[in-house]
Design a binder for this molecule. Sequence first.
Ligand code: ZN
Length: 657
Amino acid sequence: MQSLWNDTEARDFVGDLSLRVYTSRLLGQDPSLVLHGGGNTSVKIRERNCVDEEEEVLYVKGSGWDLASIEEAGFAPVRMAHMLKLARLPSLSDPAMVNELRTQMTKASAPTPSVETILHAILPFKYVDHTHADAVITVTNTQGGLERIREIYGDSVVVIPYTMPGFDLARTVAQRFPEEAGPNTIGMVLMNHGVFSFAETARESYERMIALVNRAEQYLRDQGAWDLEQAGEFQVEDGYREPIADLRQGVSEQAGRPMLLWATESAKGLSYSRRADVAEISGRGPVTPDHVIRTKRVAMVGRDLAGYGVAYRAYFDEHASRGSEPKTMLDTAPRVILDDRLGLCTVGRTARDAAIVADIYDHTMDCVLRAEKLGGWRALPPGDIFEVEYWDLEQAKLAKGGLRPPFEGEIAMITGAASGIGAACVGAFLDRGAAVVALDREPAVLEQHSAAAYLGIQCDVTDQRAVALALERGVRRFGGLDMLVLNAGVFPGGRLIAELSMDEWRRVLSLNLDANLALLRECHGLLKRAPRGGRVVVMGSKNVPAPGPGAAAYSASKAALNQLARIAALEWGAESIRVNSIHPDAVFDTALWTDDVLEARASHYGMSVAQYKTKNLLRTEVTSRDVARMAAEMCGDVFAKTTGAQVPLDGGNDRVV
Ligand code: ZN
């Protein structure tokens, strides 16, 4: 690991706080030092307040900020003098401590200071850097870890035995650090937790961190515990769609809400899952308390979810009964699943959560494997893990709850998703918290959204093999399928029956009808495993109730699709799958309706474009967004008891009404 300090870059950062931003970002660039909001940094600055008093202010990383992208606004300014008084208290509950941190800020709009703020305050150096560096925690979490740390660092660090993060840790450090620090001290190692470095300048503090971590890495190399066997390629096999959906259904049941499950296809994850001793080593717990909070659960092996739930409940009962505070049990669903066929699977309420767990576990596997080579992986005892998992601060967050998006933890697949109504549907479902698998023939579908919850797949839905592969990919990415929007369709130019070729007829029916039959059939096994019941929305047409001349193939295909949807509603009702149709009309903001076409059609009727667009009973314009909102609502709670319905979305049409 090398210092990333660059004099030219650093010149753009003028002032103590600005340099704090610069080196914090340097730390944040290396995921083996800090992962997803882990780690924190600070700087102490003397300032004049508005009543012209000079005071020392600690700028410490605020919660919700990531070191990799932090800005000056991400640091919370707290009064040093008060922090030092707090450090001398014999005890303070963590919620009370957080209250003190928030009320001692000099800027009301700043983010909540890190729970490690007092720790930063008591270290008598201007700059303080703290990471959960993989190499250091690997060494601390091994047999004989304490002796190894002393051997590596000698008197250059103060070593603190494991203490629960929060006020207790700050107090322990406040007592031990002044006694144990000497002239050579450049850092502090917290056993089973992480490492601190400090100095009078931003650069020196940062470079001391790099140097400290390098010493741990070198030690691991010297002990033959650094290089890990490379896992081969992950071979994706077909046929796992329904087993994965089963797994997700079980996990969602344990969580009491729909959850996403990501089969990561990590070669490392698969070879780890197939180790003979995987149950034993993965059961020993996470590498640092920070990860307990993010991943919530220790890994489970295989697919015995019920057994896992029972074991989790026993773990809760045993440890909760020891504390004085009553605890609210978290759900019993695992967040990491190791399966000897699927490899590493991760679970989250959102795609981003599942991705964070995957990142953390990727590092965890390296730490565990290296520690095994070094003499044996030793995680914290379950009692200490419980303390962090059921920390007062975490319980308070849980109690606060808050409104969650309606489709959180659910997956929608939308066809014809690259433009028009399909693209609007993608937006509507993402907005409501769903993960979206978007299919379209056009490559534009690949890059339409960058959210972790979005998977665009270029796919011709008339190609059954391509659809099966797309479903397999969608299920591996998100875990199953809850909602299906059958939107892809074609509207060929007007043609009278007398001129209609069989080729054109077949082409229209193949996309508008046959492809949807295949999609319904292929998705059925997934929809019936949807935790809250499957939902299908079929994009029909005003042409179903009110066909027009010159649209034989289109109207016939949509009418047949309508009948297909009604039969699906009949066949699947007992499996809690709802099937409803929308009949839109005159949706002009789609690729089909260019300005030229609109003008030509309007003048054909002797109307202006504006009149033509609103030639319905309500005199209103119907947009793709209106249709997309209806599609989403049909999958939501309002339509929870409706199936087989056909809803017009046309501004009112006298032939339909
Ligand atoms: Zn920490």
